[in-house]
Design a protein around this ligand. Sequence first.
Ligand code: ASP
Length: 565
Amino acid sequence: MARAAGPERRLLAIYTGGTIGMRSQSGVLVPGKGLAAVLRALPMFHDEEHARARGLPEDTLVLPPASPEQRVIYTVLECQPLFDSSDMTITEWVQIAQTIESHYEQYDGFVVIHGTDTMAFAASVLAFVLENLQKTVVLTGAQVPIHKLWNDGRENLLGALLMAGQYVIPEVCLFFQNQLFRGTRVTKVDTRGFSAFCSPNLPPLAIVGTDVMINRELVRKASGKDRLVVHSSMERDVGLLRLYPGIPASLVRAFLQPPLKGVVMETFGSGNGPTKPDLLQELQTASQRGLLILNCSHCLQGAVTLDYATGMVAAGTGVISGFDMTSEAALAKLSYVLGQPGLSLDQRKELLARDLRGEMSLPMTDEGPPSLRRSSQGLGVAQLLRLSQETDAVRDALAPRLACAAAHAGDLEALRALADLGSDLSLQDFNGQTPLHVAARRGHAGAVTMLLQRGADPGARDEDGFSPLLLAVRGRHLGVIGLLRAAGACLSPQELEDAGTELCRLASRADGEGLRAWWQAGADLRQPGYDGRSALLVAEAAGNLEVVALLQSLQGGAPEVLPGV
Ligand code: ASP
């Protein structure tokens, strides 16, 4: 997150409709055209003198100076038709994303002026459709039209323009009543009050008061190198099913029928539901058919857990935990995950369980290797690396160490979080070790697989010239050796030459496992040691008959190299 630099910041304000620009027609409010003209007449939204001096075109407005050295200039793009947001669907939201994409290079940030009724859905969908955002996207709207004397539209729109204009917050956000929220965390909670939105499970990214307070450690970090990707192929056949006490199994069955491909099931409390066998059977049948069922709570605050026997995630029904996601975010995520082409069902489930756009806080694990989420004095990896721009140098220096620490713990989640934040998982720490060295030394096959899949170099050398393969051999991690070999890793000529003495040492100690590891890594078991004797001779001289037999059998054949990772 950064305070945006430069004397001029250009924004595109996409006006889609909503109460903010509505007019009364036959006693009811309908979307109103010409928002730019309304704004042009309001001095807080337009500095006519400056615009004239700059020769700005008709559709382009300029805010009065918020700081002496910077101007926010914005163009209002009015959609045709304008919508009451209750009529908007994924189709319109994808079009908004495509509009952002086609103007992405021209503007420094984007404001989407939208009706409040479905703004939380819109923000969630946009967050999943727009991947690798490097610029700020802020949705806003109003409960009362902007041309009414007492309204919330002016404050909300001005705030959204200033946030998008003055800060680089590379996320889809929602600005309302002086608060900037993450788009995937909001829900509408008031039909008439000006504080219409809340973000029950994540504090606001920014709060505007006398000062603008940015919650820097929460703001997601742009990956820096990746280009914007617009995922237009969102799946439409997704649904939302709210359980209620006594809900009949027949109704659930009817709801879960094809063409439905995914459903967000809103459950009681911490993810509980009726345990009636017929109901559970329906869920199980649908899940076995390939329907994705994501469990979110009715409750605004808190997460789905495994605390109760009535917990739907644990009921063997194939239901996936949505943790503390809002239903809006969960629905958008389902649509995104199902829209990704060529994934298996398991891969889709795996994606659903991951935090992709800051939409959920995954629980801290109590078992297994200590996750980095819990270590580092309570600072999560993600938080640590989302430090403010001023500390970029610290962050960049920490990333390789954190990646090595995650590899040491075999913490796939932390490695993934680091990769998602744009960290290069091939970088060396101060010892010249890469995360692959560390994972190989510790024998973490899962981490090795993941690192190799993400392009880690199997031939990297640390400060002592050691390769990950040599470290895996020393640790006798046969599975990891196989993975590295399959990825093309080889022992260097020097390592192969030095192997002779090491093989003799292992043979004298009857260390069959160690000998097998060298063999698996491609060493020639006949390689003589420093005194010219081979491992076989050493084993015979020591009377280690088992080792003699092992060496004879291994020398007769080459190790099998698995197909590449
Ligand atoms: N029905 C309106 C809409 O969502 C409500 C609003 O904008 O506040 O478009």
